[in-house]
Design a protein around this ligand. Structure first.
Ligand SMILES: *Cc1c(COP(=O)(O)O)cnc(C)c1O
Length: 223
């Protein structure tokens, strides 16, 4: 069942930006939403969109202004990377070395360097994708990653458990921020982006150190 909601996208974006108050950057998550609503968000000044399916992102990118930053936020299959390599701004969801290598290969073909985040598994749920902290430490110390000239790992992404318990969510965000800081002190990394927080928890995430929030339903209504 779906209702056409009387939401004002511009008003929602203004309210959310006011709450964020410059502390983090807003990615408007536009998955499943029609072009007309993306255009409304764009007209309201939002120029950074997140999609979780490559094909949908490619179709929308072709129809909208070229100054939009496109972020891939969902689980990414290696065979899809080639379709978006020419334009994607940031891949939030790198969860394997194999995927990173494919992004590097396709970025080289497109003569680009693609910014990537490593997705870290912070939630209690079994189903979420992502590296463990130990896996990331191994990855960052490896020669394989050193060799990749066409990807730049610029930070981490995490999704908190889908629970009502604010304390648990806060704890998960806090542990990701601690790990982010630890990597920047103990490795030669200079990560700048910590992508955490969605419609239900972006203010908590910002309090815990998020620099990039991925907000969909709070802008566009429920999916
Ligand atoms: C859908 C999605 C979001 C946005 O979710 P909302 O609750 O609608 O804000 C954020 N991050 C990822 C990875 C998503 O898939």
């Amino acid at each position: 069942m779906s209702y056409i909601k009387n939401v004002s996208i511009a008003k929602n974006i203004r309210q959310i930006e006011a709450q964020i108050d410059g502390r983090a950057k807003l990615v408007a998550v536009t998955k499943t939403k029609p072009i007309s609503l993306l255009q409304e968000a764009y007209d309201a000044g939002c120029k950074c969109f997140g999609e979780n399916k490559v094909q949908e992102m490619v179709e929308k990118q072709a129809l909208l202004p070229t100054d939009i930053e496109w972020h891939l936020i969902g689980h990414l299959q290696t065979n899809k990377v080639k379709y978006m390599a020419s334009f994607v701004s940031l891949v939030h969801s790198v969860d394997s070395l194999k995927l990173l290598q494919e992004i590097n290969k396709q970025a080289a073909k497109a003569e680009r360097v693609i910014d990537c985040l490593l997705q870290i598994h912070i939630a209690q749920e079994e189903t979420k994708f992502g590296f463990s902290e130990t896996e990331v430490e191994t990855l960052l110390g490896s020669d394989e990653v050193e060799k990749l000239a066409n990807v730049r790992i610029v930070g981490l992404m995490g999704m908190a458990s889908n629970v009502a318990d604010e304390l648990q969510i806060r704890h998960e965000f806090r542990s990701l921020k601690l790990f982010f800081d630890k990597l920047n002190t103990s490795y030669a990394t200079s990560f700048t982006i910590l992508s955490m927080g969605m419609s239900g928890d972006y203010l908590l995430a910002i309090e815990e150190g998020s620099t990039l929030v991925r907000v969909g339903s709070a802008i566009f209504g429920s999916r």
